[in-house]
Ligand binder design. Structure first.
Ligand code: AP5
Length: 309
């Protein structure tokens, strides 16, 4: 396996784009009427000179950018991805406790190896931008579960992923972040991939002692405007509580409050941690220590992937 190319990432992370939810989403889950986009989701991943894939998107999406519009829109939304000669399409899952740094690594892996970050949490957060009257009961319930730190019911989450087969069969690969989170979701993903005649390459499982996880979560600040992610000590903004990228106000995510963190960690231990065994038995698990800087962890990830047959 060729070593991935290194690229400097200097932009602040803006990985939770505020976007509209399109018409094509399941009626049972999301409403038909979409709110207008509030910002260009492509600011999250400015195109990199050494990016190995070329993108062009027919569904009125911005071409030649590494965007996630098809993931947010669902249904018929489509990206056409052409792999550069010699490039490899990675199809992977990110596992790890809330706050371990999955999103931070997803950003780096996506930028450097090409697979698009498919985060179920991001889809729910984007749906929060809809007017409450436009939300279906299932979606309203999902946002309440999320706010309390509880898992959203399996059928709602599975429906969200099932609605996006174009993202799973993308020739550029994918990086599922936050899905699956339960045994039932893992089995559903297996079935979806089987239907598409596809297989996972690896499940990257990030491990970190609980005290460091809590410190990462409790120090996280997110821009209320562009959704860039900061940390009060490890990645502070230049001006306290103000986003470097857009000048927006930095806020604490609703589910980063202590009571919600506790519930999230319990849900992780009970429902998601056992998935490590599920994937270990299938020869897919790649365990990675999540200590150190994001760059250190990325290097470990790349080395572990390179070492795989
Ligand atoms: P989701 O959005 O998936 O959140 P999560 O899994 O809880 O993960 P986080 O986004 O909180 O953390 P992260 O691991 O990405 O860490 P980050 O990189 O930001 O899910 C949210 C909710 O949606 C769920 O609770 C549930 O309700 C619902 N949901 C979603 N999917 C679901 C599913 N499949 N089933 C059921 N419900 C579902 O880093 C955290 C902080 O640490 C940041 O401030 C960052 O700057 C900092 N940091 C990162 N790396 C480092 C480092 N190496 N050193 C120092 N600081 C670092």
């Amino acid at each position: 396996m060729a070593m991935p190319k290194q690229v400097n990432v200097t932009q602040p992370r803006a990985r939770k784009p505020v976007v509209s939810i399109g018409r094509s989403m399941s009626k049972a889950i999301l409403p038909l009427k979409a709110a207008p986009p509030k910002r260009d989701p492509n600011v999250r991943n400015p195109p990199s000179a050494s990016h190995r894939i070329l993108l062009s998107c027919p569904a009125k999406m911005t071409a030649t950018k590494h965007d996630r519009n098809a993931w947010f829109k669902g249904g018929i939304a489509n990206c056409q991805v052409t792999l550069a000669p010699g490039a490899r399409a990675y199809r992977m899952v990110l596992l790890g406790a809330p706050g371990v740094g999955k999103g931070t690594q997803a950003e780096l892996i996506s930028e450097r190896l090409g697979p698009c970050q498919l985060s179920t949490g991001d889809v729910f957060r984007a749906a929060k931008t809809l007017d409450p009257s436009e939300r279906t009961p299932a979606l309203t319930a999902a946002l309440d579960f999320m706010k309390r730190g509880e898992l959203v019911p399996d059928e709602t989450v599975i429906g969200i992923v099932r609605e996006r087969p174009n993202c799973l069969r993308c020739p550029g690969g994918f990086l599922l972040d936050g899905f699956p989170r339960t045994a039932h979701q893992a089995e559903a993903l297996d079935a979806m991939l089987k239907d598409l005649s596809m297989k996972l390459d690896a499940v990257l499982s990030y491990d970190l002692p609980i005290d460091q996880i809590v410190s990462r979560l409790s120090g996280r600040r997110t821009c209320g405007g562009c959704k860039a992610v900061y940390h009060v000590t490890t990645k502070p903004p230049k001006v306290a509580d103000v986003c470097d990228a857009c000048g927006g106000k930095l806020i604490v995510r609703e589910d980063d409050r202590p009571e919600a963190i506790r519930v999230r960690m319990e849900a992780y231990e009970k429902s998601t941690a056992p998935l490590a065994n599920y994937y270990r038995k299938r020869g897919l698990l790649v365990s990675i220590a999540a200590e150190g800087s994001p760059e250190d962890i990325y290097k470990r990830t790349a080395a572990a992937l390179t070492a795989r047959p």
